[in-house]
Design a protein around this ligand. Structure first.
Ligand code: ATP
Length: 459
């Protein structure tokens, strides 16, 4: 299954309304995607769980939102104009593909070739020497398209937080260590995007800059590596056995970092970065202070010292989590001679938590089912579905990862009770309507415990 798992997920996403190619009726746009009704629910769950854990539940982090378009001086100062580049090589043989030089070995391995084989990973043809290609998208501000009007679409959200450092300190009176977090769109003109939504040209970043005293950065880097690992497993339900923490070699480090560790996931196409946790030192604040002439140091009133804080940055792409959740949750099992596809999603990330299904389309069932759905909606993420046979509707809910389904049948009219069906075991229990909400809450709690046990390997 591993080889074509991505294709199966792509088609499930299209069919069920998670992900569509962008502007598909015009042939799409490479490495840009749209998100359908279920995709949007999943995105919001990912985004909200990140925000809850990184901002709302913490004493030491504030959230901000900064603009996509910024003064171009920002990107000159940050080093992005100079150094936010990837080494590009072209195949001059049969296939004429473009590659990232630092990805050649992995691309060869993915095609069953020796990592150090000479030539193009695809066709074996000759490759050009590498040239540096800047990943930032250019655009123009105002009516005149000259160099004075040229600006960039942000390739990371981090700079918006660095240039607002003094604003945030002044308005919150924070003491170190503290963090500034933000979620928002980022754009990178990737040389070789692909693997569905793994590497996109437009994506959403979720980043947190954790400012600290120089010297405390290594310890805090370790802390954030552990904390983010805990989040991916215990709060998102990703199986720890499919993850690894990998420290960057010196030559891999970004221009601003002295230490970076990636949380990597074992995707069907090989190990890939899920999240990066970087020690950015005082590089960004120092360089912005130099270029802007503004004071971006911090005065520690307890020790009477003034210094430029160091910063630890956990940075993760929302769509990277999205594809990881789908790959990790996707399962196929034989049930009564048929293949059942199940997304074993954590119940708090699942786009639908409770499906409400009347057994038939007759009004005597659809009316109470609608009423039940409306009541449950206040507490759970629900979906009402009266199309097709009940068996097919259960299969659909399994495919989209819905942990629980409530079925309203003709007996309901007599006994004021409904059936709750659980996704993983397919077990059904009859519950009085008066007790439905607490019964669903209990079952979701059990489902949460199972998801954590599955993710941490303790089941
Ligand atoms: P790479 O070397 O793989 O291009 P990077 O190390 O430059 O990536 P970071 O700048 O560390 O990537 O990005 C932080 C996070 O943002 C990544 O861990 C990933 O989750 C996400 N991300 C980065 N680039 C993309 C992209 N093109 N599409 C989707 N998500 C991305």
């Amino acid at each position: 299954m591993a080889e074509d798992l991505v294709e199966r997920i792509v088609s499930l996403c299209k069919q069920r309304g998670f992900v569509y190619p962008s502007s598909e009726i015009y042939g799409g746009l490479n490495a840009v995607y749209d998100f359908g009704p279920l995709g949007v629910r999943l995105r919001r769950n990912i985004r909200n769980r990140w925000w809850r854990s990184m901002v709302e539940l913490r004493d030491d982090v504030d959230g901000i939102e900064t603009s996509v378009l910024m003064n171009p001086e920002v990107w000159a100062a940050s080093g992005h104009v100079q150094s936010f580049t990837d080494p590009l090589v072209d195949c001059t043989g049969a296939c004429r593909k473009r590659w990232r030089e630092d990805h050649l070995a992995a691309e060869r391995t993915a095609r069953g070739k020796a990592p150090d084989a000479p030539g193009c990973p695809e066709c074996g043809g000759p490759l050009t020497a590498a040239r540096q290609f800047n990943l930032m998208f250019k655009t123009f501000i105002g009516p005149v398209e000259d160099s004075a009007a040229q600006i960039w679409l942000r390739p990371e959200t981090a700079q918006g937080m660095f240039v607002n450092f003094a604003n945030v300190v002044n308005s919150t009176r924070r003491r170190l260590p503290f963090g500034i977090a933000q979620q928002g769109k980022a754009f990178r003109n990737e040389i070789s995007p692909g693997n569905f939504i793994f590497r996109l040209r437009e994506f959403e970043l979720m980043e947190m800059e954790y400012f600290c005293k120089p010297g405390s950065d290594r310890e805090l880097h370790d802390y954030w590596c552990q904390e983010r690992w805990r989040w991916h497993t215990e709060e998102m339900g990703v199986r720890a056995g499919n993850l690894r923490l990998r420290a960057h070699e010196k030559h891999e480090l970004s221009h601003y970092s002295t230490a970076t560790s990636d949380i990597e996931y074992s995707y069907p196409f090989g190990w890939g970065e899920l999240e990066g946790i970087a020690d950015r030192t005082d590089y960004d604040l120092r360089t912005h202070a130099e270029h802007s002439g503004r004071d971006l140091s911090f005065f520690d009133a307890q020790t009477n010292e003034r210094f430029t804080p160091f910063v630890i940055e956990p940075a993760v792409g929302l769509e990277r989590i999205f594809i990881t959740l789908l790959v990790d949750a996707y399962d196929e099992e034989a049930v009564r001679g048929e293949t059942r596809v199940v997304l074993r999603l954590h119940p708090d990330v699942a786009p639908v938590q409770v499906a409400v299904l009347p057994l038939s389309k007759r009004a005597e069932l659809t009316e109470p089912a609608h009423r039940i759905d409306h009541e449950l909606r206040a507490v759970f993420a629900t979906e009402y579905d009266e199309t097709q046979s009940i068996g097919r509707r259960y299969r659909r809910q399994d495919e989209i990862g819905t942990p629980l389904a409530v079925t309203v049948d003709f007996d309901t009219l007599q006994d004021d009770a409904v059936t709750i069906r659980e996704r993983d075991s397919m077990e059904q229990v009859r519950v009085p309507l008066a007790n439905l909400t607490p019964a669903l809450k209990d079952q979701l709690d059990a489902s949460r415990r199972r998801a954590v046990a599955r993710a941490t390997g303790s089941s």
